[in-house]
Design a protein around this ligand. Structure first.
Ligand code: G3I
Length: 343
């Protein structure tokens, strides 16, 4: 019998994991029950899953995850009300079925913008209305910053059609539908990168100044065993804390490869690599623990190495980014965090 992550960090922050509905039973479920006290849907609560056709809501998968969390006394993060990916095309089609973003006539553009914001508002009110008592933490918008795009705002359909108005509309609708009891986050990856961090900071500040109800920043934290530095990860969160916001690490995993590396370790990840990973995880958790109140939750993007998006991205290969191996056994990274004397 091994210790529990959730128990180990109970005075510091919540510990979470992402899961698919299929993982609410079986070995993954058993491991999550023991190890975490927060859950997030890996895909089941994205716009394409919840409202694939306008007005037709698929609640089954999301309900399954919420029920599993309730049965086991776990809190839930909602991921995600708004995203540029995994969002159905119908959102962005005008009354004639044409892509809104292609419209050149000013009047029609204005009408499209209104239609899109109305659809967004309805999407959010339906979902938040259903889950506001069961889900406390919400990714309201995901990945809206892109330093390579104009004004460093991701040039998505949302942005092309509404500018940044979709962001304000989304937070306001969520607050109105959910009340003050739910916590609203702007979520992104690469928030340790000073350029991206500063753009995100400026956007959040601008929104807060306008009275847009943002409670916190979600830092995905898809890192690898080489980059980025733990210091940069921590520094970024400190900046947002100084603004009065909560921070959550929302999608933590640590690839065993460097960003541009396309090699494959094959069946067995070398031990020195797993040890390096353990040291990095240890460094990160020590930094989080010693900065009391910096984060309210640390959520892993999965629970064990048998199921991780990284095993097919950017290429299909052996990956081992989490704390448990494919057989659900604790890896060196788990012991490094929980009890380094067992390393
Ligand atoms: O469900 C369908 C299945 O019916 C179909 O046969 C199959 C064929 O491709 O696709 C299945 O959908 C896949 C879906 O995951 C569910 O497994 C999609 O192809 C696949 O693209 C999708 O990937 C997800 C990805 O987001 C989409 O961008 C990953 O599982 C999920 O881990 C990943 O999560 C994102 C976060 O939402 C945001 N931050 C980055 C993170 C990692 O990319």
């Amino acid at each position: 019998d091994i210790p529990s992550l959730a128990e180990t960090f109970k005075d510091d922050f919540a510990i979470g994991a992402a899961l698919e509905p299929s993982q609410t039973s079986g070995l993954s479920a058993d491991l999550m029950k023991k190890q975490v006290n927060m859950l997030v849907a890996e895909n089941a609560m994205k716009p394409a899953s919840i409202q694939p056709v306008e007005g037709q809501f698929n609640w089954d998968q999301a309900d399954q995850i919420v029920a599993f969390a309730k049965e086991n006394g776990m809190s839930v993060r909602f991921h995600t009300l708004v995203w540029h990916s995994q969002v159905p095309d119908w959102f962005f089609q005008d009354a004639d079925g044409k892509p809104m973003a292609d419209e050149t006539d000013a009047k029609k553009r204005e009408a499209s913008k209104k239609l899109l914001l109305d659809r967004l508002d309805a999407h959010i009110r339906a979902i938040v209305g259903r889950y506001k008592d069961d889900i406390k933490y919400w990714d309201v918008v995901n990945e809206v910053i892109e330093p390579a795009d104009p004004d460093s705002m991701r040039n998505s359909n949302w942005y092309k059609i509404t500018g940044t108005d979709y962001i304000a509309t989304a937070f306001r609708a969520a607050r109105e539908a959910g009340g003050p009891g739910i916590k609203l986050y702007i979520n992104d990856y690469g928030t340790d990168d000073p350029k991206k961090r500063d753009r995100l900071y400026a956007l959040v500040k601008e929104m807060l100044d306008k009275g847009v109800p943002i409670d916190g920043v979600g830092h995905q934290t898809h890192i690898n065993i080489y980059n980025p530095s733990v210091l940069n990860v921590i520094e970024s969160m400190k900046k947002f804390k100084e603004l009065g916001l909560d921070n959550q690490i929302t999608e933590l995993d640590m690839s065993v490869y460097n960003w541009n590396d396309r090699t494959d370790f094959g069946a067995v990840v070398p031990d020195d690599i797993l040890q390096k990973q353990a040291q990095r995880y240890k460094e990160l958790f020590e930094a989080l623990k010693s900065n009391a109140g910096l984060v309210s939750a640390v959520v892993f993007w999965g629970i064990a190495d048998d199921h991780t998006w990284l095993s097919t991205f950017p290429v299909t290969r052996t990956e081992a980014p989490l704390l448990f191996d494919k057989q659900m056994h604790a890896k060196p990274a788990f012991w490094a965090i929980v009890d380094p004397s067992k390393l």
